[in-house]
Design a binder for this molecule. Structure first.
Ligand SMILES: Cc1cc2nc3c(=O)[nH]c(=O)nc-3n(C[C@H](O)[C@H](O)[C@H](O)COP(=O)(O)OP(=O)(O)OC[C@H]3O[C@@H](n4cnc5c(N)ncnc54)[C@H](O)[C@@H]3O)c2cc1C
Ligand code: SF4
Length: 334
């Protein structure tokens, strides 16, 4: 499979990148590590006329820690996040999630955190070669009017399989989006649309500049299930954050997020708030949260990312339960 022809632009400042984006937005794509973008181009899923590479934009590669936040530049590679002591200690779920992405080659040489969050949703009916897809009627995402994953659906139900986004949503992260003359900050929970054709609520002129993670003393963890331990996407994953009360005996706040079960990672508000006030040793409450998460997440998932839908739904509760137990174990070390 060959790459289609395109015009390559390699700006060396953010300002130049935003200028290029404002001019070419409608037919351009940003290239960070390329491990998602180039695969899609080779499969003929997209054919941007212009590629704006972030390769020379070292100003977007950093991890900065201050009193209340960790700020990560969007072009920071996954290996730098894995190697960061601050991230490991204060945003453990993200560190673990980055370790699980693809394989060492993706983490060390190419994959960035921005690209990880903004990788396109996937679906095994769609993520095929152009030749394979030409043998059947086009689905919504291919410009048609049907969805193979959900009968009579008026939209695309492709699945977000980003490990990083699931962990970051559990951590309560925000994204800083920039375009020429504009900057805005949006909570990751508000960043998704309800249509897998364009899953992200961002403009074509916008670039992801930074990820802001609040660090307020909570303990987080991340669990995922995939067919293989490397070179594979999650078929179910869960990120959790637990904050202890002042006396450290009960849970003051909790965030449970389930990934690879819908068009976006799912923040489960009800199951999260039900853990407030519970003891860190209340295993029954964790089991209940896991079962609740399974019931809530199951309504969003469709059979389109491998394994059977029944199996994926059934394993949500275990992923959430394990993540909660791991966060408790982290909290007990503090
Ligand atoms: C074999 C294989 C296995 C994989 N396994 C996993 C896995 O287990 N878990 C997982 O989460 N991912 C997985 N991936 C997907 C991908 O490799 C990673 O998510 C990686 O982190 C993507 O980063 P990138 O920099 O290469 O993204 P790119 O391919 O460069 O970009 C991805 C998308 O984001 C856009 N983009 C990138 N940066 C910006 C920015 N700053 N502003 C605006 N738009 C931007 C690009 O235009 C593109 O549409 C896998 C990929 C492969 C090929
Ligand atoms: S979920 Fe449906 S519309 Fe979306 S890519 Fe898959 S088959 Fe196509």
């Amino acid at each position: 499979m060959r790459l289609p022809q395109f015009d390559y632009k390699g700006p060396d400042t953010l300002e130049k990148a935003l200028d290029l984006l404002s001019t070419h937005a409608q037919d351009a794509k940003i290239l960070a590590g390329g491990t998602d973008l180039l695969v899609r181009m080779k499969k003929g899923l997209i054919a941007p006329k212009t590629i704006i590479s972030l390769k020379a934009l070292n100003e977007l590669s950093y991890i900065k820690k201050d009193k209340n936040t960790i700020r990560i530049g969007a072009r920071t590679c996954l290996a730098d996040i894995i190697a960061s002591d601050s991230v490991r200690k204060e945003a453990t779920a993200l560190s673990t999630a980055c370790e699980r992405v693809g394989a060492v080659t993706i983490q060390h040489f190419r994959g960035t955190i921005g690209g990880n969050i903004l990788q396109d949703n996937r679906c095994f009916h769609y993520n095929q070669s152009a030749f394979h897809r030409s043998g059947r009627q086009a689905c919504h995402k291919d410009g048609g009017k049907i969805c193979y994953a959900r009968d009579e659906s008026d939209r695309c139900n492709s699945t977000c399989q980003s490990d990083g986004a699931t962990a970051l949503m559990a951590l309560g992260a925000k994204l800083v989006l920039v375009s020429k003359g504009n900057e805005r900050t949006v909570a990751l929970t508000d960043f998704y649309t309800t249509d897998g054709i364009m899953p992200f609520a961002m403009e074509p002129t916008e670039l992801l500049k930074e990820i802001i993670i609040p660090v307020e003393g909570g303990k987080s963890s991340y669990q995922r299930l995939a067919y293989r331990s490397a070179i594979d996407y999650p078929i179910v994953c869960a990120g959790v954050l637990l904050k202890a009360s002042a006396k450290k005996d009960t849970i003051e706040d909790a965030r449970i997020v389930v990934g690879a079960m819908g068009r976006a990672p799912l923040f489960l508000a009800k199951e999260s708030s039900e853990l407030k006030g519970k003891s860190f040793t209340d295993t029954k409450a964790f089991q209940k949260a896991g079962n609740g998460a399974m019931n809530s997440a199951s309504t969003f998932a469709v059979h389109n990312v491998g394994s059977t839908l029944e199996y994926r739904c059934a394993t949500v509760s275990e992923m959430v339960f394990r993540a909660l137990q791991e966060a408790v174990a982290e909290a007990s070390k503090a």
